[in-house]
Write a protein that binds this ligand. Structure first.
Ligand code: DGL
Length: 265
């Protein structure tokens, strides 16, 4: 595999740009191809069968683009499809769950870990399974936070509505005595401030996006496919009209998405 080949990243839509941002920050030499399945987002409320099918279509698209590694930036897709993708795809596949789990296990002192995510992610039990596989004594407290995704896409990350929503979703988690909370969804890193304010400094937040970038770095090195020179270039593909992706994308990527190409599904 040529080291100049891009790293492929897919997500249900815009949110995976939080993962891409960390990849670009950590691995500035890498070329990337991002696919946001904006026409069919959100995945978080869909069935296992549908998320599996969409995830395979996304991975196939990236493979056709010649990627050397596939990053499943979407927590929902990772929860539902990672294992099957790994069995069926010809390049290494990195998901966002295991990196977050490892970081949480390093951080927790009292072995009480909280996980928040979409309905499909929490229902799959993927985080709990992975945490317990590493340490059977871990107590896991999980909660779905369905309104967080639309709030973030609206650009509402720190106002009165956010405060109320955070309070109502996270009160029971706060009472459970967790000392670590995994932000198990692409959108949640943007709510870090509001979540930290409510949970207090004693609860450590795990940003899966940042942890995943470290794991990609390790995989590229291990497979000897890391790009060693130059500055990476980045291209974007979407399955719906690109205007909204370009506009909202900045919020997630922290810089402008110059253009995105629409592909037909
Ligand atoms: N990307 C999804 C995730 O990380 C959130 C948005 C959606 O539901 O599609 O779970």
């Amino acid at each position: 595999m040529n080291k100049d080949n891009p790293v492929g990243v897919f997500d249900s839509g815009i949110g995976g740009l939080t993962v891409l941002q960390k990849i670009i920050e950590t691995l500035p030499r890498e070329n990337t191809v991002y696919l946001g399945d904006t026409a069919r987002s959100p995945y978080g409320t869909k069935s296992v069968e549908t998320v599996l099918r969409f995830s395979f279509e996304n991975a196939d698209f990236l493979i056709d683009k010649g990627v050397k590694l596939v990053v499943v930036a979407c927590n929902t897709s990772t929860a539902v499809a990672l294992e099957s993708l790994r069995e069926n795809v010809s390049v290494p596949v990195v998901g966002v769950i295991e990196p977050g789990v490892r970081a949480a296990l390093e951080k927790t002192r009292n072995k009480k870990v909280g996980v928040i995510g979409t309905e499909a992610t929490i229902q799959s039990g993927a985080y709990t399974k992975s945490l317990k596989a590493f340490d059977p004594n871990i107590e896991v407290y999980s909660r779905t936070c369905p309104l967080f995704v639309p709030l973030v896409e609206e650009g509402w990350v720190d106002n009165a509505v956010v405060k109320m929503t955070v309070e109502s979703y996270l009160s029971s988690l706060k009472q459970s005595g967790i000392d670590t909370l995994i932000l198990g969804c692409t959108h949640y890193p943007l709510l870090k401030r509001a979540i930290r304010k409510f949970m207090g400094r004693q609860v450590q937040l795990v940003d899966s996006a940042a942890e995943t970038a470290k794991s990609i770095h390790a995989t590229l090195k291990q497979e000897s496919i890391a790009r060693e020179r130059g500055k990476g270039s980045h291209s974007f593909f979407v399955t719906d009209a690109p205007e909204r992706f370009i506009k909202v994308g900045q919020r997630f990527l922290g810089e402008k998405v110059e253009s995105a190409v629409r592909i037909e599904r």
